[in-house]
Design a binder for this molecule. Structure first.
Ligand SMILES: C[S@@+](CC[C@H](N)C(=O)[O-])C[C@H]1O[C@@H](n2cnc3c(N)ncnc32)[C@H](O)[C@@H]1O
Length: 271
């Protein structure tokens, strides 16, 4: 059954990503601490986003959430626009920008129907967003449309064959007596917002087929390595026990390609 966008909006309206776990105060200190935690848990965001290279460029971020990456783009001197499906995320990011005296054109908006003319942006950035939207292909096509010729999309979507996926399958498939449950069903029902999808590298290349150059890079995340709270929905004795015995060094050495995060950089052909 296809999830509606209203279900997705309702889920993220309750709390933006990381809000419950990592944001304890809506002041400068609170936002700073949340950003530090974010970049400690997901250090690969910094080289991937390449904030400094965005100086003077027209950047659109889709799905700003709490606004930490948006802030990094603003501080690097990008000419910024940001959208999110929920008014809650936009309010949080506006508040953050007000506290730090930063500027961005922030509005509620839908990745599948971007309210911008064709060829508007040098960079479109989106971290962990469009796999939540019911029609991810439509979002990828919209990103293509609003990018200037030669512009770049930097997008993170979830990778299907990940430690997180296998752990959730163990918990909600095998141990729940449903060993034939597909990974797609597991992600859709148990990871984050209802209907969340995860892709193989081949699927991702197909999604981005109209782009010129498509680079993909899989990263083991804090969820795969159990170095964090594993998300706002998951806790319990089993998880706490697993955290104690998790063979992190083995995973880092031998299972690098089983990470949840698929980082995609794709270029729109120059006209
Ligand atoms: C996992 S959070 C990621 C937020 C932020 N990028 C981050 O990394 O913390 C997913 C975000 O995507 C937003 N979102 C989901 N579907 C969307 C859509 N169709 N258009 C715009 N934003 C969407 C949600 O409202 C939510 O803020």
């Amino acid at each position: 059954m296809m999830t509606s966008k209203e279900d997705v909006r309702a889920f993220w309206d309750k709390a933006a990503c990381g809000e419950k776990l990592y944001l304890d105060n809506l002041n400068v200190e609170g936002f700073r601490k949340q950003a530090t935690t974010r970049y400690t848990l997901e250090p690969f965001i910094i080289p991937f986003a390449d904030f400094k290279a965005a100086q003077g460029k027209r950047v659109l971020e889709i799905g700003v959430g709490l606004g930490a990456d948006h802030q990094s783009f603003a501080e690097a001197g990008a000419v910024l626009t940001g959208v999110d499906l929920t008014s809650h995320a936009i309010e949080m990011t506006r508040r953050r920008f007000m506290k730090f005296g930063l500027k961005s054109n922030l509005n509620v908006g839908d990745a599948e129907n971007l309210n911008f003319p064709d060829n508007s942006f040098d960079i479109v950035y989106s971290w962990g967003v469009i796999h939540h939207s019911p029609d991810t292909q439509k979002a990828v096509n919209e990103i293509f449309r609003v990018l200037k010729p030669g512009g770049r999309a930097k997008v993170m979507i979830y990778h299907r064959y990940s430690m997180v996926g296998y752990m959730l399958w163990l918990r909600y498939g095998l141990l729940a007596g449903r060993p034939f449950t597909k990974l797609a069903t597991i992600y859709s029902r148990y990871l984050e917002s209802p209907g969340t999808k995860a892709y193989s590298v081949a699927d991702a290349r197909e999604l981005f087929r109209q782009y010129k150059m498509v680079l993909t890079n899989i990263q083991l995340g804090h969820g795969d390595l159990l170095t964090s709270q594993a998300g706002q929905r998951h806790e319990g004795t089993l998880l706490n026990a697993a955290r104690k015995i998790w063979p992190r060094w083995v995973l880092k050495r031998l299972c690098k390609c089983y990470g949840l995060f698929m980082l995609i950089e794709a270029k729109k052909p120059p006209s």
